[in-house]
Design a binder for this molecule. Structure first.
Ligand SMILES: [Zn+2]
Length: 286
């Protein structure tokens, strides 16, 4: 992977102080966000939160977490959407339990920043981040697309999802609420990148272009790459690209906050800050 040999350094001495300094000094901050950031904000997919919203599905199918329930091949679309409407409602339309995203926004307010995220839960926009500075690479729970895309379009799903949550009975939504593509009539699905049917709509392409432009303008400046909770599921999107740019850009710093997975490769160790701790608690201390 880009020639990096090994991962060094798991906890930088005085990491929080160094990160505070790097933030103050930076001309630009490029945030890369992954699942760990939303976990820190309280979006947990197991335990009490799962039980509260999915106890009936858990009883019938013996799932222990929301992801497993999402992958289950339900017999009918009515049951599929009974599950998924609840899932989308609590993870996309309700606020995160803890103000981690708000704290992050306050830290970069007034700075030239851009956010690249693999999260699909809309937390950045709900916390007031500037939409023009966000690139959701993997989609959005709040959008529908055609399941066998007949065109590159997405559709806001808030009203439909709300009705499916409110009107479902015995783990089934009324058949007339099952969403179908307005163009070809096939069933709709969420706009999530899980295979090659993912629709990259106009908004996706505009955001991608804005991100490239941001990188191009800041290449020679003092830049802080801030990696928040990205893991090894889709590392090429944020983590590896940040490592590569931090290595190549003359005045870049790479910072990683991740509980249990904070590290940087040896090649950029001297310009890295790694903090192995809960993201929310670190942001409060900066
Ligand atoms: Zn269609």
């Amino acid at each position: 992977m880009f020639g990096f040999r090994s991962f060094g350094k798991t906890n930088t001495v005085n990491g929080i102080g160094k990160l505070r300094h790097a933030l103050e000094q930076a001309d630009a901050v490029i945030i890369g966000a992954g699942a760990g950031l939303s976990t820190s904000a309280g979006f947990v997919y197991t335990g009490e939160r799962f039980e509260k919203h999915f106890h009936d599905f858990a009883e019938k199918y013996h799932f222990n977490d929301m992801y497993s329930g999402g992958f289950y091949p339900y017999d009918t679309l009515e049951e599929h959407w009974a599950y998924w409407s609840r899932y989308i409602w609590i993870n996309r339309y309700q606020d995160a339990p803890k103000p981690v995203y708000h704290d992050l926004r306050k830290l970069v307010e007034g700075k030239d920043y851009f956010v690249l995220t693999t999260n699909v839960d809309h937390c950045f926009q709900k916390a007031g981040f500037d939409k023009k500075r966000l690139f959701y690479t993997q989609g959005d729970y709040g959008l529908f697309q055609c399941s066998q895309p007949c065109c590159q379009k997405t559709y806001d799903n808030e009203e439909t999802v709300r009705q499916m949550v409110e009107q479902q009975k015995s783990m089934r939504v009324p058949s007339e609420l099952v969403p179908h593509c307005p163009i070809c009539g096939r069933p709709m699905t969420m706009n999530l990148r899980c295979d090659d049917t993912f629709v990259e709509d106009e908004g996706w392409h505009i955001a991608a272009e804005r991100y490239s432009e941001f990188l191009r303008r800041h290449k020679g400046l003092k830049t802080l790459f801030l990696d928040l909770g990205t893991g090894m599921n889709t590392p090429t999107i944020v983590k590896f690209s940040f490592w590569r740019m931090a290595n190549e850009w003359p005045d870049a710093t790479y910072a990683c906050i991740n509980l249990g997975e904070a590290y940087a490769p040896k090649e950029i160790e001297a310009k890295s800050i790694c903090i192995n701790a809960d993201i929310g608690s670190v942001l409060k201390q900066i």
